[in-house]
Design a protein around this ligand. Structure first.
Ligand SMILES: Nc1ncnc2c1ncn2[C@@H]1O[C@H](COP(=O)(O)OP(=O)(O)O)[C@@H](O)[C@H]1O
Ligand SMILES: [Mg+2]
Length: 234
C-alpha cells in the first residue's frame, strides 16, 4: 500500500523575464487508505504540486518518494503509467473512441491483450454503475458525471494505487459531485488507494479525511481543520 512522501520540495517556473516560485519547501507524508483534499486560492500552486507528484514535472530541489523509493531513481514513464493515475476536471476522454475503447486504450498500450482489456473494462464500468448500454457510446453523448465515471474506470484498470485528481468535480453539479466523491472515498477506505484531490469547493472538501491548505507555494499551511485531523490521526 503506497506512501507518498515529499521532502523540502521546490519548484519554480523560470523564463527570461520572470521567475515564479510555485512550490516552496513543501513537506508532507500522504498515506494509503486516505482521502486528502488540497484547497487554496487560484495560483497557490495546487496543479503544480499534482504534476510533480504525477511525475509530469521534475522538482527544482527536494524529493518525492513512493514506498521509500525516490522518483529520481525510477523509470519515470513506468512510474506515470503504473504508479499514479490522474483524474481531470475535463475528464480527458478520447472523443472518437467509444466508452469501452477509452477504458481499454491505456491497457492495450501497456501490453494487455485485447480480450483481457475488454473483460477488465467491462468489470470496472459495471462496478461504477455504467451498464452495457454505455459501452458503444461516444463520450460526448454522456453526462459530465457519467464521463467522469468512465475516466475513473479507465484509471482503475491500470495498476496505479495513487489517484491524483485536479478539480474532479469542477464541471459537475452537486448531485454528481457527491457520486464521484463517494466513489473516490470508497476506493481509499475499502480498497486502500491513496487519493489526493485538489478542489476549491468546500462541499467537496468535507468528504476528505484530511483537508490541507496551500498558500503561495507553501504546503501544507496549518489550519484548524488539519490540526484537528492530525490530532485524531495520531
Ligand atoms: N506554465 C507556467 N509557466 C509559468 N508560470 C506558471 C505556469 N503554470 C503555472 N504558473 C504559475 O505558478 C503558480 C502556481 O500555479 P498553479 O500550480 O497552476 O496554481 P493553482 O493550480 O493553485 O491555481 C501561479 O503563479 C501560476 O501563474
Ligand atoms: Mg490549478
Amino acid at each position: 500500500m503506497p506512501i507518498l512522501l515529499i521532502e523540502d520540495l521546490n519548484y519554480s517556473y523560470i523564463s527570461k523575464s520572470q521567475r515564479t516560485d510555485a512550490i516552496r519547501d513543501a513537506n508532507y507524508v500522504f498515506e494509503s487508505g486516505q482521502v486528502y483534499v488540497i484547497m487554496g486560492k487560484s495560483g497557490s500552486g495546487k496543479t503544480t504540486l499534482l504534476s510533480l507528484l504525477a511525475g509530469l514535472d521534475k522538482p527544482l530541489s527536494g524529493q518525492i518518494s513512493l514506498d521509500g523509493e525516490g522518483l529520481e531513481s525510477m523509470d519515470i514513464s513506468r512510474y506515470r503509467r503504473d504508479k499514479v493515475a490522474m483524474i481531470y476536471q475535463q475528464f480527458n476522454l478520447l472523443p472518437l473512441l467509444s466508452v469501452q475503447e477509452n477504458v481499454m486504450y491505456p491497457m492495450v498500450l501497456s501490453g494487455v491483450s485485447k480480450p483481457e482489456a475488454q473483460q477488465r473494462s467491462v468489470e470496472r464500468l459495471r462496478e461504477l454503475g455504467l451498464g452495457e448500454q454505455f459501452d458503444r457510446r461516444l463520450p460526448h453523448t454522456l453526462s459530465g458525471g457519467e464521463q467522469q465515471r468512465v475516466a475513473i474506470a479507465r484509471a482503475l484498470c491500470m495498476p496505479a494505487r495513487v489517484i491524483l485528481a485536479d478539480e474532479p468535480t469542477g464541471s459537475l453539479d452537486s448531485e454528481n459531485s457527491k457520486i464521484i466523491m463517494g466513489i473516490l472515498k470508497d476506493l481509499a477506505h475499502e480498497k486502500g488507494y491513496l487519493v489526493i484531490i485538489v478542489t476549491h469547493d468546500p462541499a467537496v472538501a468535507e468528504h476528505g479525511d484530511t483537508c490541507l491548505r496551500m498558500d503561495a507555494g507553501r504546503f501544507p499551511v496549518l489550519t484548524k481543520t488539519n490540526h484537528w485531523n492530525n490530532q485524531i490521526n495520531s
